[in-house]
Design a protein around this ligand. Structure first.
Ligand SMILES: Cc1cc2nc3c(=O)[nH]c(=O)nc-3n(C[C@H](O)[C@H](O)[C@H](O)COP(=O)(O)O)c2cc1C
Length: 286
């Protein structure tokens, strides 16, 4: 099948209502580029095409016009069993991915078998200036390097816990937490283990509390020697601007230059594709 025949088949399989539904979910793709083929149909079409000798000409026909062609492309190359052929096909396709759905559905089976071989590729992709290449790299890390294979060299998370816990919810949380933030308290922390010499960059992640950083971060910054480190800041809030919080971090750390920042509004309760995009862009700057 050549590219035109493939597109004709996609139009034959289309479901217009599904196309309208997809268009709302995928804001980075214009609605007229979404044909509306459901995923199970795309997957079985991909299986047929994978055995077709002409498929190479479709894979080389980049960028694709339609979202559904991109989906099909992701599914076809995910079936490749040879590790190096598969990574070459993935690398050729990554710069053309323009949406989160294609990015997240590109998941070659062969990577599961040989994750150690994949790691150097992930490290290159994560440094890309293309947002969906970075997102794909993070997705591969999450898919193949969490659980048993997790190693602290991939990412370390340090949770700061005050010895005297803040109330967990309700008005008391706002009263005691907010009060503590306003008077710039630096509460005593539960002991934590970290060897900061191993790290080039530290990402501070905090909710906005009373327009500023949470007090345990203040304690950490005052207690540790962070000279020579690079920083990045991520904050979440109910909608209040994070600028003062970032300013407080800058001042506590004594930084004057540019620092990568990320701001999310209630990310736990309101999960949305724009957040994923913002996180991908932020990670790309680290
Ligand atoms: C003590 C306290 C003060 C807060 N102050 C602000 C604020 O000034 N501006 C804002 O937009 N959100 C504020 N929030 C909301 C949090 O930033 C928001 O709930 C955050 O996304 C999640 O933080 P949490 O897990 O500590 O609730 C505050 C929350 C608490 C508990």
């Amino acid at each position: 099948m050549n590219r035109d025949e493939i597109v004709a088949e996609l139009f034959r399989l289309r479901d217009k209502k599904y196309a309208a539904f997809q268009a709302k979910l995928i804001p980075t793709v214009e609605a007229e580029r979404i044909i509306g083929v459901r995923t199970p149909e795309l997957r079985s079409f991909a299986k047929r095409l994978f055995k077709d000798e002409d498929i190479v000409s479709f894979l080389e026909c980049l960028p694709h016009q339609y979202f559904d062609e991109n989906q099909l492309h992701a599914f076809v190359i995910s079936l490749e069993k040879d590790f190096y052929k598969c990574t070459a096909e993935v690398e050729a396709f990554l710069p053309f991915i323009d949406n989160w759905a294609t990015c997240d559905q590109l998941s070659p089976k062969v990577f599961k078998k040989e994750p150690e071989k994949l790691l150097p590729y992930i490290i290159t992709w994560i440094g890309s200036d293309k947002v969906y290449t970075v997102r794909f790299a993070i997705g591969m890390l999450m898919e193949h390097f969490l659980g048993e294979r997790f190693h602290s060299k991939y990412a370390d998370l340090l949770r700061l816990t005050p010895k005297k816990a803040y109330p967990e919810k309700g008005i008391r949380k706002y009263f005691f937490g907010g009060g503590s933030a306003v008077i710039k308290e630096a509460p005593e922390l539960e002991p934590y283990k970290v060897n900061l010499e191993q790290y080039r960059q530290i990402v501070f992640v905090t909710p906005v509390w009373a327009g500023t950083v949470t007090p345990p971060l203040r304690t950490f910054i005052q207690a540790e020697n962070l000279e020579g480190k690079h920083f990045a800041f991520a904050a979440c809030s109910l909608g209040g601007s994070p600028e003062k919080t970032f300013e407080a971090l800058r001042s506590l750390l004594g930084v004057t230059g540019d620092v990568p920042t990320l701001w999310l509004v209630e990310p736990k309760r309101k999960q949305k594709p724009e957040n994923e995009k913002a996180i991908g862009e932020f990670c790309g700057k680290l």
